[in-house]
Design a protein around this ligand. Structure first.
Ligand SMILES: *Cc1c(COP(=O)(O)O)cnc(C)c1O
Length: 355
């Protein structure tokens, strides 16, 4: 399929804010977006055009029943070089989410090609300072206008871009996490493994209550027993016990993170024992108390690695280690962000250059 390109005239384009370190996350958008329409059983009308509001029928199925999915990835720029990180994994996961939500898949090669074209056009929007990048948000929504609860037959796929500043404003510092035994994020058999829009609405109330108590994220427990740790906010979670690095297995309730997969790969490559296994909240808290748990951290595209310095569970706060960033956490962060931005040689073939 050809992409029809309709560029905004240069004098009407915006530009990257002067201080990219203070943009925050997802507040500024670039001049163009990619769109593609699904109807009559196929994708068509692939376009790159001006960024702007969508015209949606008020009965569009996404607005009523949540048939919508998205992805999150980043482009990095250093000098004239622009890099994506394992982008084919995001497209694979978008298609896995689509299957779960009864939505059409996109052609993986065309999906990657369209993202590269868009990022290439918007390369001057990519900030270059350490910790900054261009966040890429591929999104698919059910646009068919009908109020019956049935899978839609018409969809819109679009990609928007947003320059983002560093996740950690005051430096790479640990976050404080509230363990919720009241609310759950997802349940096995449900849609927790899909990056589907309703999961995020479901997490808002628990997160708001955690923030009111001075915590920045919720550590979610499994929905059935409220016994095993699952995810932290919108991040996967890792625990370092003595010589073992453990993380929750992909059992259908958690999102299969690409950062998670990369961390497992790197840690094994460095000779650590990495186990994908259930970690009970009791084992975690007991390990934090005894010192057996040395480090806890979250992983995801937004933060890459987020050190966890404190856990609050059943009325009590527990400091992890000495409350500072652990050695392995820092090494993973430095290496992964170095590979992603092209500053460290990529031994795994993960980095994809955008021409
Ligand atoms: C996107 C996401 C992650 C992280 O996935 P990455 O591919 O590493 O960015 C983890 N958990 C949830 C719930 C997510 O939405």
């Amino acid at each position: 399929m050809e992409i029809e390109v309709n560029l905004v005239p240069p004098e009407k384009r915006g530009s990257l804010p002067a201080d990219p370190l203070n943009i925050g996350f997802g507040t500024v958008f670039t001049d163009h977006m990619f769109t593609m329409v699904y109807s009559d059983g196929h994708w068509h009308d692939a376009r790159i055009g001006p960024y702007g509001p969508l015209a949606l029928d008020p009965a569009a199925l996404v607005l009523h029943y949540g048939q919508g999915i998205f992805e999150g990835m980043k482009a990095y720029r250093r000098g004239e070089n622009v890099f994506l990180f394992r982008p084919e994994k995001n497209i694979e996961r978008l298609n896995a989410s689509a299957r779960r939500m009864v939505m059409p898949e996109i052609d993986p090669e065309f999906g990657l090609y369209s993202i590269k074209r868009l990022v290439s056009i918007e390369r001057d929007w990519i900030p270059q300072l350490p910790g900054t990048s261009l966040y890429i948000r591929p999104t698919m929504i059910a646009t068919e206008a009908r109020l019956g609860v049935k899978p839609a037959k018409e969809f819109l796929y679009y990609v928007i871009l947003s320059p983002v500043g560093p996740y950690f404003k005051g430096g790479f510092n640990p976050v404080k996490v509230f363990v919720s035994d009241k609310y759950v994020r997802a349940v096995r058999g449900g849609v927790g493994a899909a990056k589907t829009i309703g999961n995020y609405a479901a997490s808002l109330l628990g997160t708001q209550e955690a923030i009111r108590l001075g915590y920045s994220q919720v550590l979610w427990l499994d929905a059935i027993e409220r016994k095993y740790i699952e995810e932290c906010g919108t991040m996967n979670v890792f625990v370092k016990f003595d010589d073992e690095l453990a993380t929750t297995p992909l059992d259908g309730a958690i999102l299969p993170g690409i950062t998670r997969d990369s961390v497992i790969h790197m840690a094994r490559d460095w000779g650590l024992t990495v186990n994908e296994r259930k970690i009970s909240i009791d084992e975690l808290i007991e390990g934090v108390r005894s010192g057996k748990v040395e480090e806890v951290f979250g992983t995801g595209t937004a933060a890459i690695i987020a050190p966890i310095g404190e856990l609050y569970y059943k009325g009590q706060a527990y400091v992890v280690g000495d409350g500072q960033v652990g050695e392995l956490t820092r090494r993973l962060y430095d290496t992964l962000t170095g590979i992603q931005s092209g500053e460290i040689e990529d031994p795994y073939g993960w980095v994809v250059r955008v021409e």
